[in-house]
Design a protein around this ligand. Structure first.
Ligand SMILES: [Zn+2]
Length: 411
């Protein structure tokens, strides 16, 4: 493969800095190089600097002219539910008409319709749909996504979803980091404790023996999995070598953020209802908060998580799409940048750190992706704008010009 020289970016947003997640003021430091360039050899970044320097050393490299454009590390989306069948268009329309969640569930909508469709879909059909979703992520400038199972809720269907992720990972340039979320909901007609036993005694051993997941997640929420049940599942997963993430404090404040800290989870996600005590717990447990403004927005709510307080408490904040058919049908991190700035009062620079380098660390990949530095994978996105702040500003407008994963262009 010929070397690749990216030249004359109006802003090469490198995110170069300390080798750890960025907190507090560090979130605003993007290490931008004006008229910047990169030399790429094979799948790695070799040199980063001023275009004049890169040009001198580029030899016979293939040139990508990034004049008038912004170059960023590929976005890293740390919370998605990528694999599911169908959509929830009917729910969407009912909500638009003003129906409540309970009315929609009664009419056969909600998560159960997705669980049913996903259960009856073949692995091949699910793969086809997931490939379409993966293309959306790439087209929005995302090069790595975490993806959760959780629409199976039986041993075989949970495994089926995780196997689809594994196959997809080989078929698309998008990197997929698999998370086992068997405890997404309690199947209808089943007792919660019995289901927790099934997750621990039957699902987890299969998931880990087939090496199908890196992380385990639990939906810790009233009427889903309480603190004790969540602790049981996550502790069992940890013993089997999985790292932990958690759906925490989305609809009510049960103390899930505290549990995440107690278990040394990598992340606690959602946190719409997390209070000052929860924030302090996350800080003491070095848990990264993953904020999901897309689901607040798409549900028509206004209760966004307290991003500013979290940044002021020196937490290494992450923002993600929560891509899923029910509450957040978007694969666009640029859209999430807009929501982060307008609704959670993060600065555009903070939002960029929270969607690149910080999620990379939350997925245990901070040494490989999330910034444009020599030795890291050549995962980057080029946008049709001259200033990175435009990504959050021109909301709903596709600005992606080109996306590269390990030095290869996605089409
Ligand atoms: Zn989620």
């Amino acid at each position: 493969m010929k070397p690749l020289a990216v030249l004359h970016a109006s802003q090469l947003v490198t995110l170069a800095g300390p080798r750890r997640p960025r907190a507090g003021r560090e979130l605003s430091e993007l290490a931008i190089i004006g008229d910047g360039g990169m030399l790429i050899r094979g799948d790695r970044i070799d040199v980063v600097g001023a275009s004049s320097e890169i040009e001198k050393n580029s030899g016979d490299a293939e040139v990508i002219d990034a004049r008038g454009k912004v170059v960023l590390p590929g976005f890293v989306d740390a919370h998605t539910h990528l694999v599911f069948a169908g959509n929830r268009l009917d729910d969407f329309e009912c909500r638009a008409r003003g129906d409540t969640y309970e009315q929609i569930a009664k009419a056969g909508g909600g998560i159960w319709s997705t669980v049913e469709k996903t259960g009856t879909a073949s692995e091949a059909d699910l793969l086809l749909e997931a490939r379409r979703h993966a293309d959306w992520f790439l087209r929005c400038g995302t090069t790595t996504v975490e993806s959760k199972s959780g629409y199976g809720l039986t041993v075989e269907d949970e495994l089926k979803i995780l196997r689809v992720m594994r196959r997809l990972n080989h078929e698309t340039l998008l990197e997929i980091v698999p998370t086992f979320l068997g405890a997404h909901a309690v199947p209808q007609k089943m007792n919660a404790d019995d289901y927790v036993d099934l997750v621990i005694n039957e699902m987890l051993p299969r998931v880990t023996s087939e090496n199908l997941a890196e992380f385990c997640d639990v939906f810790c929420e009233r009427n889903y999995f309480n603190l004790d049940q969540s602790r049981r599942i996550l502790s069992a997963a940890k013993k089997r070598g999985l790292k932990l993430r958690m759906h925490a404090d989305q609809l009510s404040s049960l103390g899930a953020a505290k549990l995440a800290a107690e278990l040394n989870a990598a992340t606690a996600d959602h946190l719409e209802k997390t209070d000052g005590q929860g924030i302090a717990a996350l800080k003491s447990g070095r848990v990264q908060p993953v904020l999901l403004p897309g689901s607040v927005y798409a549900l028509g709510s206004t209760g966004y998580p307290r991003a500013r307080e979290m940044i002021e408490a020196d937490l290494a904040v992450v923002i993600a799409t929560d891509f899923n058919p029910g509450s957040s049908p978007t694969a666009s991190l640029p859209m999430i940048l807009s929501l982060a700035c307008t609704q959670m009062k993060m600065s555009p620079a903070e939002a960029i750190s929270a969607s690149t380098i910080n999620p990379a660390y939350s997925l245990d990949r901070g040494d490989k992706i999330g910034s444009l530095e020599p030795g890291k994978l050549a995962n980057f996105a080029i946008f049709d704008c001259e200033d990175y702040r435009e990504l959050a500003y021109w909301f709903g407008i596709p600005l992606t010009h080109g996306v590269y994963v390990k030095g290869k262009k996605a089409d």
